[in-house]
Design a protein. Structure first.
Length: 387
């Protein structure tokens, strides 16, 4: 069976909750259906949820409640070593399928960094530093990294990253220790130090996650991912998860994925998911950098013209803010210091598309009001809009 690019774009409108009729009111449901919201740029979490919300005015408060009161959402490192906001119900599967391996690699990297500054900074030294941080956090309850570091002299020691390079930097051990503790699931991020665009968080002791079998967890992640992002190629699964090709293939087999033909070659859907999507109303969306729709697949030609990649993605592969029309990336946008939301179409899709994008930009500008964005991953063309 063949699934066309047009059908895939219709699915984006519905399954990514971007068509107006597909929006939902629950931010936890939004994150759950997407498997997770990219959180490297904290503003992207809010803007990704806002674009999909049937109750956009309350998105900031709803995310705050879900993350820090109800605890139905959790910030954690998982796919591709990236920070995501994920449903708490999926945290154990993500930890077992992905974060455990990521954490081991990160620990080895930190130990190598420490060893370069002194032979005494070995695994035992790191373990003592972690224990000291945990004791302080248990006593304080919730604390910022600076508060924890101030209580533990060893955490105030420094390491030099990329010595001799133009981007050489000196950092405190405390930041590395807290990152490892979070990856291991021993601490979790609490409220940010500042507003919803802040990337500095407080920490607290995390409740233990349930045990999960890694293979079963990988199958569950692929099942959830295909339900939203399918059809997709095996390489898409491998890229998005950060797993080996063998692990991706095994998980696809475990969920009984059904082979289909895509424009770029073989692909997969869940059993029973071969039918075409019904009619979807035309829709426009202004999505933030690293949005799940932008970053959902390795192969992107079916939803973005190849010539747009160097304009909308940085050299590390991070997607900047994007303008969408009917399941296709057609431009970029930015917010100027004045508060004005400006945008540029890079593909002519007619007067109706232009009007819809203009209306969506006006809706976003009105919602942002006196809030100002500082985009962490601005695409080359986004910077041009701001100049």
């Amino acid at each position: 069976m063949r699934i066309s690019a047009a059908e895939r774009r219709r699915r984006v409108g519905v399954r990514h909750m971007l068509a107006p009729s597909a929006r939902v009111g629950d931010v936890t449901e939004i994150a759950s259906r997407l498997v997770g919201l990219h959180a490297t740029d904290p503003a992207s979490v809010v803007l990704s949820a806002w674009a999909r919300s049937a109750e956009p005015d309350g998105v900031v408060a709803a995310l705050d409640a879900a993350l820090y009161e109800q605890r139905s959402l959790l910030r954690m490192h998982c796919m591709r070593r990236t920070l995501f906001v994920v449903p708490d119900e999926l945290a154990a599967d993500l930890q077992a399928s992905t974060t455990r391996v990521v954490s081991a690699r990160e620990r080895a990297s930190v130990l190598k960094l420490l060893a370069a500054t002194g032979p005494h900074r070995d695994e035992a030294w790191l373990a003592e530093a972690e224990d000291a941080a945990l004791k302080v956090l248990a006593r304080l309850g919730t604390a910022a990294a600076s508060e924890i570091t101030a209580e533990v002299p060893v955490l105030q020691e420094t390491v030099t990253m990329s010595p001799g390079k133009p981007y050489e930097a000196v950092s405190r051990v405390g930041g590395h220790v807290l990152r490892l503790l979070a990856m291991d699931g021993r601490v979790r991020r609490a409220r940010p130090v500042g507003g919803w665009t802040s990337g500095q968080f407080t920490y607290e002791i995390a409740p233990p996650l349930r045990d999960a079998d890694p293979a079963a967890a990988q199958a569950e992640i692929v099942r959830r991912w295909l339900a939203c992002y399918g059809p997709a190629a095996t390489e898409d699964v491998k890229w998005w998860t950060g797993w080996t090709l063998g692990a991706a293939r095994k998980a696809l087999a475990e969920v009984g994925a059904v082979a289909v033909e895509l424009d770029e070659g073989p692909g997969w859907v869940l059993p029973g998911d071969e039918a075409e999507t019904g009619d979807v109303e035309p829709w426009a969306a202004l999505l933030p950098s690293l949005d799940p729709a932008t970053m959902g697949w390795k192969h992107r030609d079916w939803y973005m013209a190849p010539e747009l990649r160097p304009l909308l993605f940085d050299t590390a592969g991070n997607g900047g803010p994007t303008v969408w029309w009917d399941g296709e990336i057609v431009g970029t946008w930015a917010q100027r210091d004045s508060g004005e939301v400006v945008w540029r179409m890079l593909a002519d899709r007619g007067a109706g598309a232009e009007a819809a994008v203009a209306a969506e930009a006006a809706r976003l500008e009105a919602w942002l009001a006196d809030r100002r964005l500082r985009i962490k991953f601005a695409a080359p063309l986004t910077r041009e809009l701001l100049s």
